[in-house]
Design a binder for this molecule. Structure first.
Ligand SMILES: C[S@@+](CC[C@H](N)C(=O)[O-])C[C@H]1O[C@@H](n2cnc3c(N)ncnc32)[C@H](O)[C@@H]1O
Length: 329
């Protein structure tokens, strides 16, 4: 088994993807928001260290071989603050907390996930700094932007950058990112268009202020199992036939969770369906007492598990290939 330490762990999407590859096990996780921590602990046999990462000394973390981190992306996203490492709320600098930890713990492999725009942020300077920090510590780095609908067999348009850094040159050489695969998972595999569920997810006449319901009925005439989004004043059909990128702020404003037309009426996707659209296994447990708003946020903040799994499987192959060569040499 390869031991992993997971930072900014959220609900553990990256951990799940690695675990599914068969040879990786998270032995330490850090996350300071108590709500995703609750979800994490329902699904992993591990107590999360819920301190702010800035308060965690590297010496307090058990030794591990693989660092996993989908570090906060607000500072890097175009929709976010565009402040990069200078983000005054300090979010941009959280990457340096990882640097502090990998400098001391010297993991064999580092896996990072972030928004696609990380590469172009500040004319590429932010990304250069990240690469430089890894290379200065002796890591060889490969990175690629992968879309969940092309690489994860999941009907979500979610482009993310994945960075894999190896201490061992041979492992680095043997590692390739996965190739695209056919999207075979249908919307109806991840969204239940047939069963009547709790009333709170449905839009009905008079339930909300104004004429939202009437507008939805008007705009959602087709019965083609499409995905719609309420855009402040109008309803938009998502033409690509997949779910648009789930975001962390979905659920907060009320109407920005994707909408669907089902046999039983027009409704929001449920938190469970959002986790399905992130490729989480069907048996992933969502705490019953947790509010939908919190769960929507956790799903949006997380990762596409099946993409991570495919990358982790390739890391596994690279590691095993290297071991084989070393044995026969
Ligand atoms: C983009 S999300 C990562 C989600 C994760 N990959 C998953 O699968 O759910 C970033 C996470 O970092 C956490 N975070 C932000 N600042 C932190 C800090 N200073 N210390 C610890 N965790 C922090 C947030 O609460 C959030 O859950």
């Amino acid at each position: 088994m390869y031991t992993c330490a997971s930072f900014f762990a959220g609900v553990g999407g990256i951990d799940k993807g690695f675990e599914n590859a068969g040879i990786f096990k998270t032995i330490y996780a850090n996350e300071f928001d108590p709500f995703p921590v609750k979800t994490y602990e329902k699904n992993f046999d591990l107590k999360v260290d819920c301190r702010d990462i800035r308060e965690v000394k590297a010496s307090e973390i058990p030794d591990f071989q693989v660092m996993l981190a989908g570090f906060p992306c607000q500072a890097f996203s175009v929709a976010g603050y565009r402040k990069g490492f200078d983000d005054e709320k300090g979010r941009g600098t959280l990457f340096f907390e990882l640097v502090r930890i990998f400098k001391e713990k010297k993991p064999e492999i580092i896996f990072l996930e972030n928004v696609k725009n990380l590469v172009s942020h500040d004319n590429g300077n932010t990304f250069q700094v990240i690469l430089q920090e890894l290379q200065n510590e002796g890591y060889s780095v490969k990175f690629q932007v992968l879309n969940a609908m092309e690489y994860g067999n999941i009907p979500q348009n979610r482009e993310r950058i994945y960075i894999v850094a190896f201490k061992n040159k041979e492992q680095y050489k043997n590692f390739e990112f996965p190739l695209p695969i056919k999207l075979e998972t249908k919307l109806s595999d991840v969204i239940d268009f047939n069963t009547k569920i709790d009333d709170r997810y449905y839009y009905t006449e008079g339930k909300y202020k104004g004429d939202i319901y009437e507008q939805l009925v008007e705009a959602m005439k087709d019965d083609n199992q499409d995905i719609y989004q309420w855009r402040r004043k109008y309803v938009r059909k998502n033409k690509s036939g997949v779910v648009p990128t789930l975001t962390a702020n979905q659920g907060e404003g009320g109407h920005n969770v994707c909408l669907i037309k089902t046999k039983n009426g027009i409704r929001k996707m449920t938190p469970h369906e959002c986790f399905n659209v992130q490729g989480f296994p069907k048996d992933f447990v969502l705490p019953e007492e947790m509010s939908d708003a919190k769960l929507y946020k956790q799903a949006g903040n997380s990762v596409c598990v099946s993409v991570i799994q495919r990358i982790a499987e390739n890391i596994k192959e690279a590691v095993e290939e290297t071991e084989k060569k070393e044995k026969t040499a």
